[in-house]
Design a protein around this ligand. Structure first.
Ligand code: PRX
Length: 666
């Protein structure tokens, strides 16, 4: 495989491979998928009789206004794959209205825990009322079916309310993570020509204020498509309001005329539901497009079967709704399934590192889903914190966002899961809509560090550079051989799938390429090995090295920059930037922090380099291509050039020695 830097992970995996943990009997007895055989039979059927499998699932899981005519059509040849054509439905109706005729009407749909420990609960009835009211506001503001609405909000209930209100009237939402900068917001608004922006005066995380409206104002300065901006008052409300453009959320929803029920927009199965921007290995972030029926079915079915949701459970996913995990597994999947979904405004370490466990104890959380980076951060504070709380309500744990190493898995299992609670290590992406490879907690013998099995309908294949299938145990590129209902339908602004083809389908013709490395062991279990492209995963956040490089180069002092990831104890990967200065600028600690601050301003705090190494030159091939493999090795602390692989194509061999010396001096 292209990238040898992952070999440490592979060694640890091999040690863990022999260890399996069977599903607890009591768990398996009540689980949706309760035996390995059940999984295998269903999986086989999902591949051999996909039409029947997905027809039954779609009829069972979703409420349709008009039934669909065809289950699936098209494929990876023309990229015009479609699901449930002819069918008409509405996502908000599936998440809310249909529960109102059942006992779930008065069940908690959403429980909100604020940064400072306050709580708000919305039953399905109440959430429906709020969504309907805000949907009327959207209409009043001139938002129509197909219009794009940008949402730049902190983790407050108005965020899912705004998303569902868009879905109710057929507007396409584009949620922008509240931690992104004004220029990142501007780029995303401009790319999809959003007609409206929904934001807040400020956000509050870990006791610290985030000036969202100030950032929004800066962005909107160059966003002529935005006609109106609705502002939620989360803080003191002390912000500038642009007359004719900005209005307060609370004033909008208290107008008498928005109280009447808002009619549902009947949506075709393939009508767009949302856009979510994500980083790739080249260029600017892409607006990944998800549509109505396939996405909703996939998020709901994966949620029910993998999270093994039962009606009495309180389910908590700690992600931010600004990322796909929050879309699929705080909002759409859980609400379609009639679940109680907890959303948390704060951070794991505020006011102290016991916060997660205090929240689990407070609401008696049954299913807890978080990221390896959060577990690692909390692990560092020791087992004392979780031990102070009653975590006995937890019956299922999950992780997502990056590979979890066996040692961290084991701590999670023993310290949070009492050594008996199953862990689902769910592998997926913004593009996949929902879980691609995952354990089924009642059926899968777990191996710490392995994401286990493909979900129903997913046909993965690990391949070599030349596209041939890798042998068991052999690392390769993870591809998928056929469409599944939840996968992206394209990227915004690319109607003929040109860019989609280049990014996901060109390298291995006829297959979707994930950008991840993986291997399958002799039992058929999948082990994810990390990205094999120029994407880095910092604390479970996906960043393109090219984006960080352009941010650096946009500073007047920088002539050239190359960014790579390096293994980081808490974040998974850290950001190491090699910077070549323009004439007249001199390397200094001050300049390094100015450049870090610049990246933070251009992209957001998550993209701030951990290290800046000033250099005279970069290792390049004779044709001028930067040899990133070498830069990754040096960033990881490797000093022996023997470990660098083939250096014969280097134009200037001396560069490597200089860079090693520079790294040692950091
Ligand atoms: O590299 C994989 C990693 O996160 C990438 C997708 O990032 P994003 O689109 O932001 O979505 C994150 C949440 C779904 C993947 O290409 N990744 C995600 N989950 C796992 C993972 N790597 C290993 N194991 C996982 N469970």
């Amino acid at each position: 495989m292209a990238d040898e830097t992952r070999s440490d992970a592979t060694i640890e995996h091999l040690a863990a491979e022999g260890r399996t943990i069977e599903p607890p009997e009591e768990f398996a007895r009540r689980a949706t998928i309760g035996t390995e055989d059940t999984y295998r039979v269903m999986y086989r059927r999902s591949l051999e009789e996909p039409e029947r499998f997905w027809r039954e699932a779609a009829e069972q899981e979703l409420d349709w206004i008009e039934p669909f005519d065809t289950v699936m059509s098209g494929g990876f040849e023309d990229l015009d794959y479609r699901w449930f054509d002819g069918g008409v439905l509405n996502v908000a109706a599936n998440c809310l209205d249909r529960h109102l005729g059942t006992w779930r009407r008065n069940k908690a749909a959403l429980i909100w825990e604020s940064d400072d420990g306050h709580t708000k609960t919305y039953t399905y009835q109440q959430l429906h009322y709020e969504v309907s009211r805000f949907a009327n506001v959207l209409k009043k503001k001139g938002v129509e079916k197909g219009d794009r609405v940008a949402i730049y909000l902190p983790m407050i209930p108005e965020l899912p309310i705004a998303m569902l209100a868009c879905a109710r009237i057929g507007a396409i939402h584009s949620v922008v993570f509240g931690g992104f900068s004004s220029s990142a917001l501007r780029e995303r608004i401009q790319d999809c020509s959003a007609k409206m922006l929904i934001t807040a005066d400020e956000g509050i995380r870990g006791g610290r204020k985030v000036a969202l409206k100030v950032a929004a104002d800066e962005a909107l300065f160059e966003c002529p498509s935005v006609e109106s901006c609705v502002v939620v008052q989360r803080g003191a409300g002390d912000v500038d309001m642009e007359p004719g453009r900005d209005t307060w959320w609370h004033q909008e929803i208290s107008a008498p005329e928005v109280r009447k029920p808002c009619a549902l927009e009947p949506m075709a199965a393939e009508d767009p539901l949302f856009i979510l921007y994500t980083s790739g290995s080249t260029g600017k972030p892409k607006g990944v497009l998800h549509t109505t029926a396939g996405y909703l079915l996939y998020s709901a079915l994966t949620f029910k079967t993998v999270m093994d949701y039962r009606d009495e459970d309180v389910y908590w996913c700690t992600a931010d709704i600004g990322w796909v995990t929050g879309h699929s597994y705080i909002v759409y999947g859980p609400l379609a399934a009639g679940a109680t979904s907890l959303m948390f405004e704060g951070v794991p370490t505020y006011p102290d590192p016991g916060r997660f466990w205090a929240v689990v104890e407070k609401y008696r959380v049954n299913i807890f889903y978080t990221a390896p980076t959060a577990i690692r951060a909390l692990m560092r504070h020791g087992s004392g914190w979780p031990q102070r709380y009653d975590l006995s309500s937890i019956r299922l744990l999950g992780t997502v966002g990056e590979p979890i190493n066996p040692e961290v898995w084991t701590w999670y299992h023993e310290t949070i899961g009492r050594g008996e609670v199953p862990i689902v290590d769910t592998y997926w992406q913004t593009e996949t809509g929902g879980f691609l490879i995952t354990p089924f907690p009642g059926a899968t013998p777990l191996k710490p560090g392995s994401a286990s099995w493909p979900f129903f309908g997913v046909e993965p294949e690990v391949v070599r550079e030349d596209g041939s299938r890798a042998d068991p145990g052999e690392g390769g590129y993870l591809t998928v051989r056929r469409p599944w209902p939840g996968m992206l339908r394209g990227t915004w602004g690319d109607p003929h799938h040109k860019r989609m083809h280049e990014v996901y389908f060109e390298r291995f013709p006829g297959r979707y390429f994930t950008g991840d490395g993986a291997r399958v062991d002799a039992d058929g279990d999948y082990w994810l090995l990390g990205r094999v492209d120029d994407v880095i995963n910092v604390s479970g956040h996906r960043l393109g090295t090219a984006e960080i490089e352009s941010a650096l180069v946009s500073h007047e002092a920088v002539s050239e920059a190359a960014v790579v990831g390096f293994p980081h104890e808490v974040k998974g990967e850290g950001i190491h930037a090699y910077v070549i200065l323009r004439d007249g600028y001199h390397a200094s600690e001050d300049l390094a922090s100015i450049l870090s601050g610049h990246v933070r301003k251009v992209i957001g705090p998550i993209a701030k380099p951990d290290r800046i190494q000033f250099a005279q030159d970069l290792p390049k091939t004779r044709s001028g291509k930067i040899m990133r493999r070498i830069l990754r090795k040096i960033a990881a602390g490797e000093t022996e050039t023997d470990a660098f692989g083939d250096l014969s194509t280097l134009a200037e061999p001396k560069v490597v020695k200089d860079l090693i010396a520079g790294r040692a001096a950091l």
